[in-house]
Design a protein around this ligand. Sequence first.
Ligand SMILES: [Zn+2]
Length: 241
Amino acid sequence: MKPELESLLQLQKTDLEIRKLLSEKEECPKRLEALKEQVEEEESYLKETTERITQLNKHKIELEDELELENVRLNKSQQRLSTIKTDREYQAVFKEIEDIKRANKEREDEILLTMNQIEELEKEIKSKKEALSQLQKEMEVEQKQVDKTEKELSKKIAALEKERDKLAAKVKPNLLTKYNFLKDKRQGIVISNVTAGVCSGCHMNIPPQLFNELLRDERIHVCPTCQRIIYADREKENAKA
Ligand SMILES: [Zn+2]
């Protein structure tokens, strides 16, 4: 290989490694983020359910107060019943008593229903709280793991970046400019091996004339299809010929 490509190839190798580590660093908090989202959902569900219980309790107290007042009224009416003289008045008070009793029965049923609902929701809250505390524990463990991994990756990346700068200093400026220009456009692979006339970067044939030049001269060539800087293993290719 042409010596000036050796350094560039090493630079590319280092850059690819940095690229890989950067993407690992970006991926590593994904699970933590998902856990955080889950915790937030559970917390907001718990808040809503707690509010619902508060409302149901309020409703239950209102019903109980009504029931108490109506029972007082019922007692009064029942006492009045024994003092009534006329049949017509008796019928009226009797009907009133029956009405109160019926309405109170409905209140009692609703109080029971409300109590059942509260009980169900409280059970649900209990199990949700346990699940939430489990999730929070998981989140703490994951957070520690993410911090550790991020720290390690940052350290590795910093070391590689130093190495990268040293390697870049060895590459001729015009070649380096070309490399830097293509790097992001070609997913980090700028230098490409050509085997049997095929560019390994884009898998296209390069013209035979160019391939011959690549094997013979010392100039830097690029693939006409993908513009990558190309090289060939001369010994191997010449042995085939
Ligand atoms: Zn190509």
